[in-house]
Design a protein around this ligand. Structure first.
Ligand code: IMP
Length: 199
């Protein structure tokens, strides 16, 4: 079976990707399997740049094909913030949510979107990047215990529940990560030889 490393140590993300890959003949490893990975600075100005930096570093360190995502929340009324700084917006998820709701207090425009870029690196080179988005609104207070990050305050268009309330199955069908991943998967299926590392 071919295998690929996803350049993340976020167990939630690994779990989402493992479910997305369930029907594929590919084994997914992650940086949780490579605890010595030194980490990289996400110094890019865009999601695609950051995904590329991470995929390349993992590919070189693990010496196998790797992919990485970089994702975040863009809020229209905040001119697209927190964007690539979504994870650095405040120290913890509850603080990030509180800060966001405070910034949007009294604001009628609640439109936001999650964006995810995925980069695939093979043989020490980034060979392709893909982007997926999901549009929605920021709710007035957090709802639901599921997911992670900004999920409890993000309600995708067409749903009455937040990502924190929706099941992971539903989130996996409509999320920015799923959309980017579908594009990446189509590419890999067409070019399966890029994962030429059967063992
Ligand atoms: P990164 O892609 O690991 O750099 O994470 C970016 C940050 O964006 C995360 O720490 C979360 O705060 C936020 N984020 C990205 N994707 C999601 C999601 O699916 N749900 C909730 N928050 C997310």
């Amino acid at each position: 079976m071919a295998y690929i490393v996803v350049a993340t140590s976020n167990a939630h993300k690994v779990d989402e990707y493992r479910k997305l890959l369930a029907d594929q003949n590919v084994e997914l490893k992650s940086l949780l399997d490579y605890p010595g990975f030194p980490g990289v600075e996400e110094s890019g100005a865009t999601f695609a740049e950051n995904a590329s930096i991470k995929a390349l570093a993992a590919c070189k360190y693990c010496d196998v094909p790797a992919f990485a995502d970089d994702s975040g929340l863009e809020v229209e009324a905040l001119g697209g913030r927190p964007g690539v700084f979504s994870s650095r917006y405040a120290p913890t998820d509850p603080e990030r949510i509180a800060k966001l709701l405070k910034e949007l207090e009294g604001c009628e425009n609640r439109k936001a979107r999650f964006v995810c870029a995925i980069a695939i690196a093979v043989n020490g080179e980034v060979i392709e990047t893909f982007e997926g988005t999901v549009n929605g609104v920021i709710t007035s207070s957090p709802r639901g215990e599921g997911g992670f990050g900004y999920d409890p305050v993000f309600q995708p268009d067409g749903y009455d529940q937040t990502f924190g309330e929706l099941s992971q199955e539903v989130k996996n069908q409509i999320s920015h990560r799923a959309a980017a991943f579908r594009k990446a998967l189509e590419f890999v299926e067409d070019e399966m030889s890029v994962l030429d590392n059967e063992f």
